[in-house]
Design a protein around this ligand. Sequence first.
Ligand SMILES: Cc1ncc(C[n+]2csc(CCOP(=O)(O)OP(=O)(O)O)c2C)c(N)n1
Ligand SMILES: [Mg+2]
Length: 463
Amino acid sequence: MSFRYTSRGLRLQRVVGLQSRLHGPRPTANTPWQTCRGVASTPTAEKVLFPGALNSEFTHSMEFIQPSQAKAIPTYRVMNQYGEIIDREVGVETTDEEALALYKNMVILSIMDLLMFEAQRQGRLSFYMVSAGEEGIAIGSASALTPGDVIFCQYRETGVYLQRGFTLSSFMNQLFANAKDNGLGRNMPVHYGSKELNIHTISSTLATQIPHAAGAAYALKMQNMQNPDTDPRVAVCYFGEGAASEGDFHAALNIAATRQVPCLFICRNNGYAISTPTSDQYRGDGIASRGAGYGIATLRVDGNDIFAVRHATKEARRLALQDGGQPVLIEMMAYRVGHHSTSDDSFAYRQRVEVEDWKRRDNPLTRLRKWLEGKALWDEDKEKALRSSTRKDVLAAFEQAEKESKPSIRNAFEGVWAELTDEQRAHVEELRDILMRYPKEYDLEGFEGGIGGLDELLASKKK
Ligand SMILES: Cc1ncc(C[n+]2csc(CCOP(=O)(O)OP(=O)(O)O)c2C)c(N)n1
Ligand SMILES: [Mg+2]
């Protein structure tokens, strides 16, 4: 892009070529930022088109913007907490079969969560994180995406994996870090990843996935343009409202907006970042208000209403692909019913009654169940049968994964460099020495190949 003076003042001149095509169609004559004068030229001018604040009108009344006095951004919903549809004209845009499948997946998720939480308490797993209260956000939004869309999760989006076809065995293999785990035991539990399902591996470092998603969306924008005959794809990024306090969130939204990339930013606002309530995290109107600040189309949604979540995600995806691409932010409201993780006791910082209240008042599962029952699609017998068969399936996958051997220890060193560096080789030798000297402390029986894994690695020649 270049600047040029014309008879009409300072004018933004777009350089034609791939670079400008990337940013969508050429702006029309009345696009406000296309033509901007540097100074007000006449005493009667009504606005100054400063390059940095476009189309701002002059005013002689000095009024500070007072966000605390503004009306809060509304929350979109399709179905109320009694399972009744509010806008009958728009309806649920979901077939009965789809609604049943979504409900079943939410039940599977909630049962898996309960069992894994207990397994951690029994010492059979080292760590786990439940999605209680947020099942509708993950499952509903994932159901509105296409398999080609590229997803970046935070960690409380197990439902996204489930909805996209991650199997119970895949979950369990990762949780046990066994030889069948996609990550070969390198990550802590719940840090799932799946190349086949186009979901990047979860990273504990908060908010790093947000700029990654913006970058991936930029790549997708180019691919969508270069391959006009294939279905266009978007990047989808999930994060908590706590992660939105990181600098990465701001950098990512800004670059996504200025580059106009097809990225769906889905914020799960569940009221807490571990023990920090939202009241201590920000003073503005949630995360949605920030989207507007970055010039991003934004919507706040009732996360307990799976139909609203689906509808909003579908529409956001459509918008994200419009005119070559643009980011969209959706703030999904929920309440974190469970503890932050198995390492947390949330009753140290919130009242039990607050949690019980939320459980009783509203929940994505009970809301959809009410709707299904209202249409005679569901009843107590079906519920019991589903719960009992799901329990059996989860436990079978769990027991199988628990029996599997652990990956070869060589995986601790491989996968970063194409071949071992001299320093790594020294580390492998040192580890081998320690393991051989203290066999009682380090039982290698469960690991594929035992100490031999390291021997193989050391024997591998430099390429
Ligand atoms: C960079 C960084 N800082 C701090 C942490 C510790 N930490 C892990 S989860 C978390 C809270 C995140 O809250 P939120 O984004 O709202 O997600 P939620 O747990 O509510 O789903 C914190 C502070 C971290 N993992 N990474
Ligand atoms: Mg949170």
